[in-house]
Design a protein around this ligand. Structure first.
Ligand code: GSH
Length: 209
C-alpha cells in the first residue's frame, strides 16, 4: 500500500502526486503540514525527521524529499518514460531536477512567503525585490534551456518538466513575469503544452495561498 502525506497546496507534494498519477498507481493521500499538523508528531518524525511534507510510505519503506520520491516511484514502478534509463538522458533530467531545487525554488519560496503568507507587518520589501530578481534570472536560464526544444530535459516529457511546472505556475500567478512578452516565448510555448496535462490541471492549478 502506497501512502503519501502532504497538503495539496505544497509544490513539493504536487510533484509527488503528479508522479503517482502519471504512473497510474493506487495510493492513499493524508493531509499533513501547516494547518493540518501531523508532520511534527512523534510518529511522523520517526519517518521523516525533518518534519516536512511530502513523505511517502510504500509497504513499510519510508522516503522523504519530493524529488527523491519521484525518482523512487519511477525506478520502482516502470517509470522510465518519465525518468529515462539512458545515462545521458537521465543526466539531463537530473540536471534540471537538481537545478529546480537549488537554482530557483529557494528564491521563489521567499517571494511566495513575502507576497502571500507572511503577515504584512513581517514582510520585507528589499528582500522581496532581491529574491524576485533571483527568481526571474533563473527563469531566463530556463527559457534559454527551452530554445528549439519541446521539453526541458530530453525529447520527451519527463520528471524535469513536472518539477518546473508548479514553479512556472507560481511565477506566472505572482506576476513575476509577463509570459506573453516575446522574451518569454520558449517558456510560454512549453507552459501552454504543460497546461494541457490532466494531472497538472488536477494538482497544480489552484488558487495561490
Ligand atoms: N526539499 C524538500 C522541501 C520540503 C518542504 O520544505 N516542505 C514544506 C512544504 S513545500 C513543508 O513541509 N513545510 C512545513 C509545513 O507544511 O508544515 C522537498 O523537496 O521535499
Amino acid at each position: 500500500m502506497i501512502r503519501l502525506w502532504g497538503r495539496t497546496n505544497s509544490m513539493n507534494v504536487q510533484k509527488a502526486l503528479w508522479t503517482l498519477d502519471e504512473l497510474g498507481l493506487r495510493y492513499e493521500r493524508l493531509d499533513a503540514g501547516m494547518q493540518f499538523g501531523v508532520n511534527n508528531s512523534t510518529e511522523y518524525l520517526q519517518k521523516n525527521p525533518n518534519g516536512k511534507v511530502p513523505l511517502l510510505e510504500d509497504d513499510g519503506y519510508a522516503i522523504w524529499e519530493s524529488q527523491a520520491i519521484c525518482r523512487y516511484l519511477c525506478n520502482q514502478y516502470q517509470g522510465s518514460g518519465l525518468y529515462p534509463l539512458d545515462a545521458r538522458e537521465r543526466g539531463r533530467v537530473d540536471q534540471w531536477l537538481d537545478w529546480a531545487n537549488a537554482g530557483i525554488n529557494n528564491s521563489l519560496s521567499v517571494v511566495f512567503w513575502q507576497t502571500l503568507r507572511l503577515p504584512e507587518d513581517q514582510r520585507d520589501a528589499k528582500k522581496l525585490q532581491e529574491e524576485t530578481d533571483k527568481t526571474v534570472a533563473a527563469l531566463k536560464v530556463f527559457n534559454q534551456g527551452l530554445v528549439n526544444r519541446r521539453f526541458i530535459a530530453t525529447d520527451r516529457f519527463s520528471l524535469a518538466d513536472m518539477a518546473m511546472a508548479p514553479v512556472v505556475f507560481r511565477c506566472v500567478g505572482l506576476q513575476l513575469i509577463d509570459h506573453s512578452q516575446p522574451q518569454w516565448a520558449e517558456l510560454a510555448s512549453w507552459f501552454a503544452g504543460v497546461e494541457q496535462n490532466q494531472w497538472f490541471k488536477k494538482w497544480v492549478v489552484q488558487p495561490l495561498k
